[in-house]
Design a protein around this ligand. Sequence first.
Ligand code: BT5
Length: 265
Amino acid sequence: MKKVGARISGRSSRIIGRKIFRYMRVTSTQDKAKKFAQKGLAEGTVVIAEIQTQGKGRLGRRWVSPKGGIWLSVILRPEITPMEVPKITMIGSLAVAKAIAELTRLEVKLKWPNDVLIRHIPSIEFKKVCGVLTEMVSGVSQVNYVITGLGINVNNRIPSPLRANATSLKDIIGRNLPKQKLLKKMLERFDRYYSDFRRQGMGRILKECKGMSAVLGKEVKIECADKIIEGKALDIDEYGALIVETEDGRKRVVAGDVTILSKIL
Ligand code: BT5
């Protein structure tokens, strides 16, 4: 594991990205960030790597992380309860979605609970360009710290088994994108939304997330840990839960894997 630059600071950020640790190759930026958090490193510290050898998705899944992508984790110390942690996933995915939209002018959507999708021009299909993983260490009623991991497919190749659902910005645009520019925009957005959240709660962020949602108003199938729920996605509540109208009435879903049954997003 090679450490490229010890500490790169100097961005005018208030919180996110006050310190950035860059690595050539790590197992997972989540693990590095967790170790730093345990040692007491400040909120807003970012760990970023060129390559992850054991990148992680949710529920122990693998996240493919070759050279060319943005793989990073952020240490956060929000004063929230464990139940509110999905709010942080929303903030992270919104920051990525907005930064990509601003830089590329492509159509970007959020797929509840943790995916950023992009339209695979010229088709009408949307594919996953980014996944967010939020892990926490907490007591019963208070979160100790949160590590939010963002994996963005920028200039990397997507292995063929994943191509049906995943894409990279380079795949769509046909050339390399300036990774540092996207990173800077994304961290600035993240910083702004996180500060808004700490000052005023989820109001504006929730509204923007709903506005970019790929699932609201659609017929969906959600695979949860112990059951499958089918119905129409009606709303996302303040805690980041999805409200679904099913044959047995309204259900509130806090986590799961969504398949959108409607053809057109
Ligand atoms: C996620 O999980 O989407 C969360 C991914 C978080 C990755 C970041 S990278 C920086 C930080 N450090 C880490 O170790 N992780 C975080 P989930 O929703 O469970 O999706 C995982 C599934 O997406 C896999 O089972 C594959 O099907 C697919 N997948 C794997 N690699 C992918 C990629 N690069 N792009 C798109 N899809 C991928």
